[in-house]
Design a protein around this ligand. Structure first.
Ligand code: NAD
Length: 429
């Protein structure tokens, strides 16, 4: 079929079966039968369930699920499932956990399980007076919110607080109402969005304005997860550097990230390597947690580090992390996805609070390992062994060839595709 005859307007695509959709896509993209069969195999996620989770499903995208060992969190040993396609991420958590295991591992905390829903009201003639009119109706607001979710109320959750701000914007003053809701073991997006929508007509009536947006804020700063750990100097020492030198290098790296958004973006990306992997493994919303983390990192007006490292009283290295952690055990894909359920069982968590705290510890662990590598031998040394295997596979190596080609690539210090292809040709004679 000529390129310009391909049409993305496919009538009734959403009503088709997975197989019918796949055939349409195969015809559009010229997929070979082997690729079509590959996509048709949804692995350990039932095709019917996949079809209910999102729209227009044609297949599933599998990513590896690894287990981080050595993690001790609040005095309890935990095995941590991590879903990621990136090499070295799981190993980084294992290494950080091992190096602080004897000093007690990680201690964690959580500020609460409160989510914020926002209601935007525009065109209010007297925004400051209207603000007070809303605040005066706190009990009515509470009744409307709690009326939306008797299940949540029964579990001890529901409306907690009310905030109203007059926001100066390019479009004039806006009245922004915040509903603060305890969503317990749910991430809570649907729960608080329903409350915001139910309250909107009341807000419009009380203010005389027009309500537009009614949705949660992903800057979940009433749901801050925290973790702390201490690494002793003898654990920090590496060949050619004392523990104190490594400690000071890690602290300096953290100061760099705190002062420079270019560095902070990469620093925090590393933290999210660990965090997003656990969020994904447990069927939670990676984008929600990432948006919250980055917004929190910029809360002071400039974008900085999510972690802090400092010299502890005894001269060891102390590390801390604090970030919003809107994750749940109920709702979204968590309850429905069998792999997410298995991962929660491996973690042994029975509350969203515990899950959030574990995830914060993973973020700190990831950051410690990344900064230690960066401040000492550099990141590439550790990366290279796994990266070389990927390059070997891309060059066409299979089975035992992968290990042999990767080994030769690392030995030569040139982990490149063309070199891998040459080595593979030599190997195959
Ligand atoms: P949900 O609505 O599916 O489940 C939450 C509900 O489960 C509660 O309202 C409550 O009625 C009930 N429930 C049962 N047991 C509970 C318990 N122990 N604790 C708390 N509630 C309990 O899920 P949700 O958490 O409200 O929404 C999460 C989903 O919303 C995610 O899939 C997310 O991707 C999506 N989402 C996110 C955004 C965003 O982040 N901006 C926006 C819209 C939707």
């Amino acid at each position: 079929m000529p390129q310009n005859a391909r049409r993305s307007r496919i009538s009734g695509f959403h009503r088709m079966s997975q197989r019918e959709r796949l055939e349409q896509v195969a015809a559009f993209a010229g997929l070979e039968p082997a690729l079509v069969e590959h996509l048709a195999n949804t692995g350990n996620l039932d095709a019917a369930l996949a079809d209910r989770l999102i729209e227009n499903v044609v297949g599933t995208m599998n990513v590896p699920l690894g287990i981080a060992t050595n993690m001790r969190i609040d005095g309890e040993d935990v095995l941590i499932p991590m879903a990621t396609e990136e090499s070295s991420v799981v190993a980084a958590v294992c290494n950080a956990g091992r190096q602080c295991y004897e000093t007690g591992g990680f201690t964690t905390g959580l500020s609460g399980t409160l989510m914020i829903a926002q209601i935007q009201t525009v065109g209010v003639a007297d925004p400051h007076a209207a603000r007070l009119r809303i605040l005066d109706r706190r009990e009515e607001v509470k009744a409307v919110c709690d009326g939306c979710d008797p299940v949540l109320l029964g579990l001890g959750g529901g409306f907690r607080d009310l905030e109203v701000r007059v926001l100066d914007t390019a479009g004039g003053p806006m009245l922004i109402t915040h509903l603060i809701v305890d969503t317990r073991d749910a991430m809570g997006a649907n729960a608080v969005n329903s409350m915001a929508e139910a309250l909107a007509p009341h807000i419009a009536g009380w203010t005389g304005g027009r309500v537009y947006l009614r949705i949660l804020s992903n800057l979940a700063d009433r749901r801050l997860a925290r973790a702390h750990a201490v690494w002793s100097l003898d654990r920090l020492a590496v060949e050619g550097m004392t523990g104190a030198q490594v400690r000071d290098g890690i602290i300096s790296a953290c100061h760099f990230a705190a002062a420079d958004p270019y560095r902070a973006a990469t620093h925090n990306k590393g933290i999210m390597n660990g965090i997003s992997a656990v969020v994904l493994a447990t069927g939670n919303d990676t984008r929600a947690v990432e948006a919250g983390a980055h917004a929190y990192a910029a809360r002071g007006g400039s974008y900085g580090s999510l972690t802090r490292f400092e010299i502890a009283a005894d001269g060891s290295l102390g590390g801390s992390i604090e970030l919003p952690m809107a994750v749940g055990l109920i709702g979204g894909a968590t309850r429905l996805h069998p792999t997410a359920q298995a991962c929660l069982k491996i973690l042994g968590v029975t509350s969203a609070a515990r899950l959030a705290r574990i995830i914060a510890a993973v973020g700190l662990a990831q950051n410690f390992s990344a900064l230690k590598a960066l401040a000492t031998t550099g990141i590439q040394k550790g990366h290279m062994a796994l990266h070389a295997q990927n390059i070997a596979m891309m060059a066409g190596a299979v089975g035992g060839e992968i290990e042999r080609v990767a080994h030769l690539l690392v030995e030569r210090g040139t982990v490149r595709m063309d070199v891998a292809q040459g080595l593979l040709r030599d190997l195959r004679g």
